[in-house]
Ligand binder design. Structure first.
Ligand code: 3UK
Length: 513
């Protein structure tokens, strides 16, 4: 098993150890405008940690919100909070004020570090969640001025314990109310020493790239923690949306790529004009990887796509096969250190070949912040995911479907009820139901069934207006790509919307078109 010392500050392992052991001049973080060696990263982290503790009054255990795109400073601020013994609450850059207020209030966050270009929504969130008393920005010289003091280049890591909480990652729930998942210092090492060492098997000369935000634990592990654990390099290009990701792989000669199946499908169209021959390891996670995508990528690049299922609750990937054991279409085998089984609704294990709930346990696991849903997620020490899976006679796990209402579109988790709530704030909308509709490109798309108020006409102009309304109110990726105007919505006898029935309608409409 994996065991770590009782006193543990992970920044020693991810950053300072490389400098101490003579790897200080190797590339650590490669950004659009400059490359930081491990030594440069270590010094930047120390300067920010000194600002946090000496200028901003942060003490170990404080929660600090981070808001930035995937940039070198996002990495440096992340490690600075950890080194000072704080708890990182990283937020997706596209979140708007209303969505930012929730974690601030729920996690009682008093201090935020923010990229100056993204500060407006955070300031608006501060009006809604006044717990946030201090925002310090970088990129405009504010944080930089504080960092630029004599003596700030050295910082003694906070004497944290291996089971001190060090990050809270918020994830959307089916009810639309996000859940904060807490992870320990040691968990950050455990994912590297389990999945990273035993399945991914990257090397110190590898150069990692990917598209998921660092606020999403898929991105944090895949783009930052796995490379830095082994002294490899983390590439953070300016743009990583799917077509741009392919260009960045070519430009930076990336060797390891972490992204969602949708992005691999989008990059397939770029392969004729770009040279992606630097790639040697490609990981797909976030949503199911169809065998057709695996086959097309392998035919075009000669590389197998390494599928892996991870979850914010588990921090990272817990089922996935090493390159020489992949079975196309299957998610793979439990990552060494983790156990997985399929259970029925009573939590009893079912025979191989029978679909049921996927349950997993291992070095990382679910600890929701102050949330009664914790009791439902853990059964007898097993994490019971929201996914329906089956295990075959050889021990391989095959994804069937999500067991709940979440929509996963292009790797994003979107709660239908949140989009419904937003649509209902528009004058034209009387009632609505939002579900995932099957889509070959994005896995699912957000589809809204809308019942209009009297006096409104359901035409293309109104559909566009509703889409714009959602984009302006909540994170734009949640907007309904399809809108159907209807005269009734399926309801239970108690008046609750039957999302299952709507999903079925969406499925039939998709197969008919
Ligand atoms: C689904 C998959 C089929 C599945 C994540 C890697 O996606 C991540 O975390 P989330 O909390 O969502 C978890 C849910 O997403 N899913 C993820 N990967 C797969 N379904 N095949 C897959 N390969 O429903 C799961 O319950 O957003 C992924 C690493 C870290 C992560 N947080």
């Amino acid at each position: 098993g994996l065991s770590y010392p009782e006193r543990l500050n992970v920044v020693t392992e991810f950053v300072d150890r490389h400098v101490a052991e003579g790897r200080g001049e190797r590339d650590a973080v490669i950004g659009p405008s400059d490359t930081w060696s491990y030594r440069a990263l270590a010094e930047t982290v120390n300067r920010i940690a000194n600002v946090l503790t000496r200028d901003l009054g942060m003490v170990p255990g404080n929660r600090v919100l981070l808001r930035a795109a995937n940039t070198p400073m996002m990495v440096a601020t992340y490690f600075a909070v950890l080194k000072a013994g704080g708890v990182v609450v990283a937020t997706m850059p596209m979140l708007r004020a209303g969505e930012l207020a929730y974690p601030i209030h729920k996690a009682k966050i008093g201090l935020a570090l923010c990229d100056a270009t993204l500060v407006d929504e955070l300031k608006a969130a501060q009006q809604l969640a006044p717990e946030l008393s201090t925002i310090v920005t970088w990129g405009d010289g504010a944080l930089e001025t504080l960092m630029d003091k004599a003596g700030y280049e050295i910082f003694e890591p906070a004497d944290t314990s291996q089971d001190d909480v060090c990050l809270i990652a918020f994830t959307s729930g089916t009810t639309g109310e996000p859940k904060g998942t807490m992870h320990f210092q040691r968990d950050l090492l455990a994912i590297c020493d389990a999945y990273g060492a035993r399945v991914l098997q990257a090397a110190p000369d590898d150069r990692f790239i990917g598209s998921p935000p660092l606020a999403f634990t898929f991105g944090l592990g895949g783009i930052v923690l796995f490379p830095l654990r082994i002294g490899a390099a983390c590439i953070l290009p300016a743009k990583v949306a799917p077509p741009d990701l392919a260009e960045a792989i070519e430009r930076y000669r990336a060797t390891v790529c972490f992204t969602a199946p949708t992005a691999y499908r989008a990059m397939l169209g770029k392969l004729a004009e770009l040279d992606l021959s630097s790639l040697r390891i490609c990981v797909s996670a976030g949503e199911a990887l169809p065998k057709a995508t695996f086959d097309a990528w392998q035919a075009a690049t000669g590389l197998p796509l390494m599928d892996g299922i991870g979850a914010t609750e588990m921090l990272h990937i817990f089922i996935g096969a090493p390159r020489d054991k992949i079975r196309p279409g299957s998610t793979g085998l439990p990552v060494p250190g983790y156990e997985a089984k399929i259970v029925d609704k009573d939590g009893k294990e079912v025979p191989d070949g029978t679909p049921g709930r996927l349950a997993v346990r291992g070095p990382t696991g679910c600890r929701y912040l102050a949330d009664p849903r914790q009791a439902k997620y853990i059964l007898d020490g097993w994490n019971v995911t929201g996914d329906t899976y089956l295990r075959d006679g050889d021990g391989y796990f095959w994804y069937q479907a999500r067991s709940d209402d979440m929509i996963i579109s292009a790797g994003y988790n979107i709660a239908g009820p949140e989009v419904e709530a937003c649509l209902l704030t528009h004058a034209a909308v009387a009632e609505c139901g939002v579900v995932g509709a099957p889509c070959p490109e994005r896995g699912q798309i957000v589809k809204a069934y809308v019942l209009l108020r009297e006096g409104f006409t359901g035409d293309a102009v109104l559909a566009k207006a509703l889409q714009d309304h959602v984009k302006a109110s909540i994170a734009p990726y949640k907007y309904p790509r399809a809108i159907a105007f209807v005269t009734t919505l399926p309801k239970t006898s108690t008046g609750k919307l039957q999302r299952f029935a709507l999903r079925e309608i969406a499925r039939q409409e998709a197969s008919a078109s």
